[in-house]
Design a protein around this ligand. Structure first.
Ligand SMILES: [Zn+2]
Length: 263
C-alpha cells in the first residue's frame, strides 16, 4: 500500500499555546520536534509493515518537520503547492489510504485551546452540510474525491471524537485533552509509542470508503463583516447575514476550490 500522511502541529502532545506553533516562538523547537517524532512513529509503523509513505507537512509555512527525524524510506513534502487541496496537496489516486497526525479540534468547539479551522484569524466557523467542519472534515472529503479511505488520525480528544463520528472504522489516538486554555497531555514518548502501535493496528484492518453525498452546502461565518462582503462576489456565493456566506454544489471539488478563494 501507498500511504499519504497530512501532519499538523496543534494536535501534537504538549502543544498548548499559539506561540509554540510559530517559528521563533517560545517552545516552538520543542513542538516541531514532537510533531516530527509523532509523524516519524507513523512512518515507522507503515515502513515496517512493508508499505510506502509520503508525508505532507501541513502547518503554517509547511516547513516544520525536521527531515532527519523521519525514518529512511519516508518521503516528505514541504511548502505549499498553490493547490486547492492545501493540507492534502500531493495526494492523488495512486495512494491507498490517508492518515492525519497532530490534528486538532475545529473552530467553534471548546475541546482545544488551539481550536480553529484553516485560518484562525478569519472565521468563527466553517460548516459543511450544516455541521461544524474541522480540518479533518475538509481534508478527508478531499481524500474521498481521490477514492482514498481515511484510516487513522492522532490529535486532541475532541478531533478524535469528530473523526470517529464522521468516518466509520477510522482508528484514532488521542494524545491530549483540551480544557479551557489548558491541555492534559500524554508523555511525549508514550504518545510516540501509542501512535506507532495504533497505526500498525489500522494497517491490518479492512477499511472502506465513506458514502459520498450528492449535495454540499458550505457555510462560512467570518469574524469581520468586511470579509463576508468580499466573499459574496465569488460566483455562486450568497450572503445570508452580515458575517455569513453560503455556497452550494453537487461536487465537493467545487466547494474546496471556492474555499481556497473566499477563505
Ligand atoms: Zn496547524
Amino acid at each position: 500500500m501507498k500511504i499519504f500522511i497530512s501532519a499538523d502541529i496543534e494536535g501534537v502532545t504538549g502543544v498548548t499555546q499559539w506561540e509554540e506553533t510559530e517559528h521563533g516562538g517560545k517552545d516552538y523547537e520543542m513542538a516541531r520536534r514532537q510533531m516530527s517524532l509523532e509523524a516519524a512513529a507513523a512512518c515507522e509503523a507503515i515502513l515496517e509493515a512493508g508499505h510506502t509513505v509520503v508525508i505532507r507537512d501541513a502547518h503554517n509555512d509547511a516547513c516544520n518537520i525536521l527531515p532527519d527525524l523521519l525514518p529512511e524510506g519516508a518521503e516528505l513534502i514541504r511548502g505549499w503547492m498553490c493547490h486547492p487541496a492545501s493540507m492534502m496537496a500531493g495526494i492523488d489516486e495512486s495512494f491507498d489510504a490517508a492518515m492525519y497526525i497532530g490534528y486538532h479540534s475545529a473552530a467553534f468547539t471548546n475541546t482545544s485551546p488551539l481550536a480553529h479551522t484553516t485560518n484562525l484569524k478569519r472565521y468563527n466557523y466553517i460548516k459543511i452540510n450544516d455541521r461544524i467542519a474541522s480540518e479533518f472534515t475538509i481534508n478527508s472529503l478531499w481524500a474521498d474525491l481521490c477514492g482514498i479511505p481515511s484510516i487513522y488520525l492522532s490529535g486532541d480528544e475532541g478531533i478524535c471524537g469528530t473523526a470517529k463520528e464522521e468516518y466509520p472504522g477510522i482508528v484514532t489516538t488521542a494524545v491530549k485533552k483540551g480544557i479551557g486554555s489548558g491541555t492534559w497531555n500524554m508523555h511525549p514518548k508514550a504518545a510516540i509509542r501509542q501512535i506507532k502501535e495504533d497505526v500498525a493496528g489500522s494497517l491490518g484492518m479492512a477499511h472502506s470508503l465513506r458514502e459520498s453525498s450528492d449535495h454540499y452546502v458550505l457555510e462560512i461565518q467570518y469574524k469581520s463583516h468586511m470579509d463576508a462582503r468580499s466573499a459574496s462576489w465569488y460566483p455562486g456565493v450568497t450572503q445570508i447575514d452580515a458575517h455569513t456566506v453560503r455556497f452550494e454544489s453537487k461536487r465537493f471539488y467545487d466547494v474546496r476550490v471556492a474555499m481556497s478563494f473566499i477563505g
